[in-house]
Design a protein. Structure first.
Length: 419
């Protein structure tokens, strides 16, 4: 297959200058320790097999990464064989991906969480292998809560009050850089996850319900966004409106935040020898609203193979190795990435390295899915409309009631008669 000019230029912007000479190319994320762990796993496979693999570091923003993939796949380029894809992308990218069961056997996904396997199955085709799963969690400074006599919060209002109290006390004591709460507030997919958690935990639904009806314009959803907007400039820096996962982690890990919403990967880094807060961190479920229950957005990433690859069978072998029990266990222990293989949640070595994999197990298996299944190929536009609306509310540009009314109209226009 002839390489296409557009994806080659796009890849150059992502770190690939020329066509690769290796046997395979895989794209890996670069959030936290993702890239390091990917390189280590690929190197181990190379040593076992004698094949060579080029690794592409794609944008850390999932929104930017999706755009890059769409350019490459739409041009039918073979520049990337194996793609790391978000849990909400299988439906959008399925037409460009191979059926892994057809090439790797019917039992290729045996032992993985069935819900993720089902999520990655489109029109009966398994288009991606589960690699690691995710759910939002609340990190907190155990030492500061103890020092100031606070319990771990259960509601968003309790968290707000505790964050405000400790922030004020610490600043009075001379720590003028500390903030109460940091999260992912940039206008991108990460804000969709955060805001979905706020809304769902207030009993405000999930943007679009399972039947495809737009449900976001309701008083509980508005109350959730009002709560979040009240944090900006008070317990959260205004700069949080441009934070992704790593900016939030940077503030928290340098000791400058009391609470942080993030994914489990941040645990291993916060507990590393170079961390300023090693041994001072706790992890718990996210808070909830006055009439709701804790809600954690379902995240996670999978490995898919482009149908334009010229090395399909070899790519299947690489994917099978990287998503294996052995490799997922290594990634869990070294980087606190949640396995997609259920048996590893009873593995004592895994639980010793990441204790909350056991205590928060229900959070991970019952996480709230974004409405990608209900909205199909339109999900990208739905999420874009949602996170831009939320960002406008957080920025103080419009009230939550006005914003959600406009969002409802916009989503219904995207939907028309059907998704």
């Amino acid at each position: 297959m002839t390489r296409k000019l557009i994806p080659v230029l796009a890849l150059a912007g992502a770190g690939i200058g020329q066509a690769h000479a290796a046997d395979l190319t895989i794209s890996c994320g670069a959030v936290g320790a993702e890239l390091i762990l990917c390189k280590e796993g690929v190197k181990a496979w190379e040593e076992k097999t004698g094949y060579s693999v080029d690794i592409v570091s794609t944008p850390s923003s999932s929104t930017a990464r999706l755009s890059l993939y769409q350019q490459i796949l739409s041009a039918q380029s073979d520049d990337i064989d194996v793609l790391q894809i978000d849990v909400v992308w299988p439906g959008m990218l399925a037409n460009h991906l191979i059926d892994l069961r057809e090439h790797g056997g019917e039992d290729i996904a045996e032992g993985h969480f069935q819900t993720i396997v089902d999520n990655n199955t489109v029109d009966g085709r398994l288009v991606a292998m589960p690699w690691f799963t995710d759910a939002g969690v609340l990190y907190y400074r155990k030492d500061l809560l103890t020092e100031y006599g606070h319990e771990v919060p259960e509601t968003w209002q309790e968290m707000t009050n505790i964050a405000s109290d400790i922030q004020a006390a610490e600043r009075e004591a001379g720590n003028d850089k500390i903030w109460g709460y940091v999260f992912q507030g940039r206008a991108y997919e990460g804000l969709t996850c955060n805001a979905l958690e706020w809304v769902a935990s207030y009993g405000g639904g999930t943007i679009v319900d399972d039947q495809g009806e737009v449900t976001i314009n309701n008083p509980r959803a508005a109350a959730a966004l009002d709560q979040a907007a009240s944090w900006i400039g008070e317990i959260s820096p205004k700069g949080v409106l441009n934070y992704t996962e790593e900016e939030a982690r940077g503030v928290f890990q340098t000791g400058n935040a009391v609470f942080m919403r993030n994914w489990p990967y941040a645990w291993a880094l916060a507990q590393s020898e170079s961390s300023d807060i090693r041994g001072k961190v706790g992890v718990t479920t996210l808070p909830h609203g006055p009439e709701g229950e804790s809600a954690a957005a379902l995240g996670g990433w999978n490995l898919a193979i482009s149908k334009y690859s010229e090395s399909t069978e070899l790519a299947v072998k690489l994917v099978t190795y990287l998503t294996s029990k052995e490799e997922q266990k290594r990634r869990a222990i070294e980087g606190s990435y949640n396995p997609t293989i259920k048996a590893l949640y009873q593995d004592q070595e895994v639980l010793a390295a990441v204790p909350f994999f056991g205590t928060l197990y229900d959070t991970f298996v019952n996480a709230v899915a974004r409405p990608s299944a209900a909205t199909g190929s339109a999900y990208g536009r739905v999420s874009n409309a949602f996170f831009n609306t939320v960002h406008g509310v957080l920025s103080g540009n419009q009230s939550s009631e006005q914003a959600l009314e406009k969002l409802e109209d916009e989503l219904n226009l995207i939907k028309r008669r059907n998704w």
